[in-house]
Design a protein around this ligand. Structure first.
Ligand code: AMP
Ligand code: MG
Length: 509
């Protein structure tokens, strides 16, 4: 058998064939009423080199050749039909109008025989939706997207995937902290893979502009391709479809809460209709447990997208989606059911998630108090979330001394308070927590912000070994990996406390 390359895949173009598009081709920045997409080619780059590669997703796509030029957008091949998607969105609570793929270009859809996967380059030049920006991406944000999206997948969390990371041989100018000090940085392109990149905002743009005919076509397409068990025929069918979207969204967010992931920019244009974690920007992972934490400096004041607010924002975003679908309904007031449903499923997922994290053998009435006391202790103790739960999974007696490594300040452990809680938990599980469940709910390794930064620092010096090592560990995040324990099962080091990229991140990417 010959080597399988992007050139030999079975390319299809369902989205372009079945939804209305832009008659104009090319990347000139403009408004594109009535369209779901615009045809546009990637901008060629001087020296594309594949630096990171996901063997697993390559296998799913049906690839074993790392084609530098195609993955860097320097060339396209027969069968590809590249386009940028048009969508809108609410950004930080305000309607922002047309947004669209400003720095992402879908190469095409691949029919693997098992499913159809979309391959998309992020950072490969301007599209009609780039507004005043350059459509490019820098190495730092591309490494963060590659490692985190692959890591999320292996944590068992629905997400878009990353096939490759290519350095472009080109410099891109960015003002990281928006303080008037722009610097050239190495450019990169990530090839993302998902069944679809359709977002809540993909529907909103048509609804908000009163284009209900295009809205209906997009809803029809989405249901037919991705939710074939439903239809657009009547209110009940539409509601059942939206309940499925609500459920997928609730599950995704419950997973984020389980592992301490903060997306950072839950604008409606960053909410996948398939409930996939999408658009990795200024995301972060909790180190000390804190419901109020957000990594995104752009959101530092109102903290709209803080860790503890994510489930609520899921509901807010869903409400915007429901509003946008309402023109297709005979009795739109019925849509309230969907929000109600979201709240209930979220609560169920959340309870199960906590029961698993604590090895409770299922959630019982009354457990909410145990959980509430725990999170309040965690918040007041400056304690590392990942390490705490992992150590809790193998504790031999209800004594906080066994958890000492999780505390940021070992001289300041409120022993009585902690032992009181541990005893309550110990009694609840009769001295025998479900350790197997706990170890599958409490990962040992997550992509801490400073880990990503170490990978970036090395990569900027042309050394991708750190990124590759982290990629490897994150493929089995629930395993012990004794050889990596000292290096990566570790609280935030002192140097990372105030470093840009570790404790704070901007949207600049
Ligand atoms: P995000 O905050 O990444 O979800 O982006 C919001 C919008 O800005 C999306 O439409 C992006 O495609 C667009 N955008 C962000 N960065 C760039 C860039 N460097 N060039 C062009 N468009 C961009
Ligand atoms: Mg986005």
């Amino acid at each position: 058998m010959g080597k399988k390359s992007l050139r030999s895949l079975n390319w299809v173009s369902r989205f372009l064939d079945q939804t209305p598009g832009d008659p104009i081709i090319g990347g000139l920045s403009r408004q594109v009423p009535g369209a779901c997409w615009s045809r546009v080619l990637p901008t060629p780059v001087p020296d594309p080199i594949v630096r990171l590669w996901s063997t697993e997703i390559a296998g799913e796509v049906g690839l074993d050749v790392r084609d530098h030029n195609l993955l860097g957008g320097k060339e396209i091949t027969y069968g590809m039909d590249p386009y940028a998607q048009r969508y809108g969105g609410h950004q930080f609570g305000n309607w922002a109008g047309q947004l669209g793929d400003g720095r992402a270009i879908t190469l095409g859809e691949v029919d693997t025989g098992k499913k159809v996967l979309e391959l998309q380059l992020k950072g490969s030049g301007v599209t009609p939706y780039s507004r005043f920006a350059d459509g490019k991406a820098v190495l730092r944000s591309s490494i963060r997207e590659f490692l985190c999206s692959e890591g999320m997948h292996h944590l068992g969390i629905p997400t878009t995937r990353a096939l490759s990371l290519v350095t472009t041989g080109e410099e891109v100018v960015r003002d990281i902290m928006y303080d008037g000090r722009p610097e050239p940085e190495p450019g990169a392109v990530v090839c993302r893979v998902a069944e679809s990149f359709i977002r809540f905002g993909s529907f909103q743009i048509h609804s908000m502009t009163g284009d209900f005919a295009t809205l209906e076509k997009l809803v029809n397409y989405t249901i037919k391709q991705y939710f074939p068990e439903f239809s657009i025929d009547n209110d009940d069918e539409i509601i059942n479809w939206l309940k499925k979207v609500a459920e997928d969204t609730a599950l995704m967010i419950a997973h984020w809460m389980r592992v301490g992931f903060v997306h950072g920019v839950m604008n409606t244009d960053n909410m996948s209709i398939l409930g996939l974690t999408i658009d990795y920007g200024p995301y972060g992972w909790l180190e000390n447990f804190d419901f109020n934490w957000t990594p995104n400096t752009t959101d530092a004041v109102s903290k709209r997208y803080r860790y503890g607010n994510q489930p609520q924002i899921g509901a807010w975003n869903l409400a915007r989606l429901l509003e946008s679908i309402s023109p297709l309904m005979e009795e739109p007031q019925k849509l309230h059911q969907v929000l109600e449903f979201y709240r209930n499923v979220y609560e169920d997922y959340n309870n199960t998630m906590w029961a698993d994290k604590l090895g409770l053998y299922g959630f019982l009435p009354g457990d909410e108090n145990l959980i509430l006391e725990l999170t309040s202790n965690l918040e007041s103790s400056e304690i590392d979330m990942t390490i705490f739960f992992r150590l809790l999974s193998s504790i031999t007696e209800p004594n906080v001394i066994e958890l000492k490594y999780a505390f940021y300040n070992k001289n300041n452990i409120s022993i009585d308070i902690w032992n009181l809680w541990l005893q309550k938990w110990w009694d609840r599980v009769k001295g025998n927590p479900d350790r197997d469940k706990m170890k599958l709910a409490n990962p040992k390794y997550v992509l801490r912000n400073w880990m990503a930064q170490l990978a970036i620092d090395a990569a900027e010096k042309d050394d991708f070994s750190v990124a590759n090592e982290i990629h490897e560990v994150l493929k089995r995040p629930y395993d012990e990996w004794p050889e990596y324990e000292e290096k990566w099962f570790k609280k935030r080091p002192e140097w990372a406390k105030n470093r840009v990229g570790c404790s704070m991140l901007s949207c600049s990417s």
